[in-house]
Design a protein around this ligand. Structure first.
Ligand code: MN
Length: 194
């Protein structure tokens, strides 16, 4: 078992009312734990045994090992970028400047990012990432996709699998995405920039 769960930097009820303790218990405690356990089982005896999750995501062919590595990495990025709700929560410093540079304004970035999540059909992820030239880009991936597959650096990920929001928002994905802005830890997002 060389691939481990990320440790949550907050209590399981700390994200309420945006994300409930019940959702954390299922999403982190059951869904993510299952991806980690499955990945550890699948890599045994393969060329991926002993490799980092990032290396597996970058190099594994499409299939079960990639799917479980992608979801392990995606959820580590997701859970570690969150914090207790702050009204009027906004980025500052280097990340704020880069968002204005590449999207015109923070408000416009939020609009485009929410649009990416809202229009992704089925299960997947909306991403803010940094391309090889340092420019910030918004992309979306189905299922377990991650910007590392395209050579980009993931900064902020939005999980639009229904298990991320159904207990709290039922079918209202757009409302869930709008509420998320209060719990983004922009210091963590900035720390992922190159
Ligand atoms: Mn998820």
């Amino acid at each position: 078992m060389n691939i481990t769960m990320p440790t949550l930097p907050y209590a399981v009820n700390a994200l309420e009312p945006v994300i409930s303790e019940q959702t954390i218990n299922f999403h982190y405690g059951k869904h993510l734990q299952n991806y980690v356990n499955t990945l550890n089982t699948l890599v045994q005896g393969t060329e991926f045994e002993g490799k980092s999750v990032e290396d597996i995501v970058k190099t594994a062919p499409d299939g079960p090992i990639f799917n479980n590595a992608g979801q392990t990495l995606n959820h580590a990025l997701y859970f570690l970028q969150l914090k207790a709700p702050v009204q009027g929560n906004e980025p500052t410093g280097k990340i704020a400047e880069a968002l204005v540079r590449d999207f015109g304004s923070f408000e416009n970035f939020k609009k485009e990012f929410a649009q990416a999540g809202a229009t992704l059909f089925g299960s997947g992820w909306a991403w803010l990432s940094q391309d090889k030239d340092g420019k910030l880009v918004i992309t979306k991936d189905s299922n377990a996709g991650n910007p590392l597959r395209q050579g980009n650096t993931p900064l902020l990920g939005s999980d639009v699998w229904e298990h991320a929001y159904y207990l709290d928002f039922q079918n209202r994905r757009v409302d869930h995405l709008a509420a998320l802005w209060d719990i983004i830890d922009w210091n963590v997002v900035e720390s992922r920039m190159k």
